[in-house]
Design a protein around this ligand. Structure first.
Ligand code: GAR
Length: 195
């Protein structure tokens, strides 16, 4: 059995797509859901068993001192024998100690075509605002391994969508989310299969 831990800070729509994808797959389980945000939508989704109602993973809420000044989260993931950590809208930098404990076993999705529009402060809606402000003809998604720096690990997969000159950030966000939901679960499955 391969085990996934999902990290999310917000709504958790990507976490749900991944949980639903693996709900019917033998050999893979979502074994933990972790968040830094006690108000994150992902908590309700997880308590409902996600979209299928059948994925019941414990939810762990942690604060900044626990994440950055202790090894509790790393030890929890190790004790649970987690194979792959999947960041799905997780907005905090992953500490080096956690990256080193899970080399090439942490993946992230970024809502733009890295290396453009990445780095500190570039997350969620801010990314789409920057893409529109720059007059970019396209945006997209980047799925990548996580290292100690924001949005800099090796790229695993990218997909793009057109951005019209009249598109608002919300419209770009909608196009990007379609790509995220379509591709992230499958790419996670491929990474898992390669472990
Ligand atoms: C997604 O668009 C994801 O790419 C982005 O946050 C959103 C979360 O949506 N992640 C980042 O910006 C990470 N730097 P969700 O909570 O509905 O899955």
């Amino acid at each position: 059995m391969k085990k996934i831990a999902l990290f999310a800070s917000g709504s958790g729509s990507n976490a749900e797509k991944i949980a639903d994808y693996f709900a019917d797959q033998e050999g893979v389980s979502v074994s933990l859901v972790l968040t830094n945000n006690p108000k994150a939508g992902v908590i309700d989704r997880a308590r409902r068993g996600f979209g299928t109602g059948r994925v019941h993973a414990p939810v762990v809420v942690f604060d900044r001192p626990t994440f950055y000044q202790t090894n509790q989260i790393t030890e929890l993931l190790q004790n649970q024998a987690v194979d792959l950590i999947v960041l799905a809208g997780f907005m905090w930098l992953v500490p080096g100690s956690l990256v080193q404990a899970f080399p090439n076993r942490i993946v992230n999705i970024h809502p733009a075509l890295l290396p453009k529009f990445g780095g500190k402060g570039m997350y969620g809606h801010f990314v789409h605002e920057a893409v529109v402000a720059a007059g970019e003809p396209e945006s997209g998604i980047t799925i990548h391994f996580v290292n100690e720096h924001y949005d800099e690990g090796a790229v695993i997969y990218q997909a793009s969508c057109p951005v019209a000159p009249t598109d608002t950030p919300d419209e770009v966000a909608r196009k990007v989310q379609v790509l995220e939901h379509a591709h992230y679960p499958r790419v996670v499955a491929e990474v898992l299969a390669s472990l």
